[in-house]
Design a protein around this ligand. Sequence first.
Ligand SMILES: Cc1ncc(COP(=O)(O)O)c(C=O)c1O
Length: 369
Amino acid sequence: MLAKKQIQGLPPYAPGKPIEDVKREYGLETVIKMASNENPYGASPAVAKAIAAGASKTFLYPDGYGTALRKALAAKHKVDEGQLILGNGTDEVIQLLCRSFLTPETNTVMATPSFSQYKLNATIEGATIKEITVKEDGSHDLDAMLAAIDDQTRIVWVCNPNNPNGVALGEAELKTFLDAVPTTCLVVVDEAYYEYVELDDFPNSVALLNAYPQLVVLRTFSKAYGLAGLRVGYGISQREIARQIEPVRLPFNNNIFAHTAALAALEDEAFIAACKQKNSVEKAKLRAFFEARGMFVFPSETNFLLVETGIPGDVVFQAFLENGFILRSGEALGYPTAIRISIGNEAENDAFIEKAPEILDQLRASLGA
Ligand SMILES: Cc1ncc(COP(=O)(O)O)c(C=O)c1O
């Protein structure tokens, strides 16, 4: 019995090694994970209280509509509740969009390298995938993406800032693009790292929703809000798009802790502002470290850096792993001689900066690089 054609041969998601496994395998006392762009400062203290308060309610199904969270998000973004699509992480919203709009007769346009879930979900739906290589500076080639759109294109993905390189597009570029994309094709702007962005002319994409019926904006609680483990993300679109997707969503796709934690996290704006500020300082420190050693670092508007080391990413990954640092190899991310490093907290970054020169020098010596 064979599963449908599109998924035969698809590799399962390869999660990073858990910290405890790495400790055991390499006999390490401390292991620092800088691989998944999580918030190294955790979540707002209000989150733990909200979760404790919900502990006696586990026998009840969650509110399938997510009414309270919807109301809070609608107020925050000054949109109607019906414009929101709540997901079990943004990952699920991406899946819902693909499931709702892509078929084997359609195609979808995306940048490459970019976030892997667009391609994976489009593949599962059997849609034709048109990948447009990012420009040398790491930014989306919007002209080439536009040229790739045809009558059968149903979704074009704009990852802003882009994962894995952290590069962001400005408002003028995005608007010019939106003006040109036909309204028969969704423009999904994935802003998973929105809270970290410092770019002056970063688009206020939610404000553009009224003008562009094909626009969908994605946000997540997994990064700056520190709720990656609870799985909450959402999309915002015009009502008509959200309405069509709703029946595809699992009835109880966010659990009660996800709802209450996201609500509590949303209210603590001071926590997000503090994390953004610390991330900015720590990012500059790490960037300076790599640049001082002659490595190219992409200009990142996120909480991670993509660094060209000139050494195969898997080799660098392994060397750091054995020394207690879990990074991401660029090999699976479309940058074979780069590593992606999540910005840690001050102590984590200092530990990295102390140890990294020795590891890199040893690597270069052993490779004759
Ligand atoms: C660009 C981008 N979009 C979406 C996601 C998925 O986020 P979530 O945890 O909300 O599913 C990530 C996570 O790494 C991401 O980098």
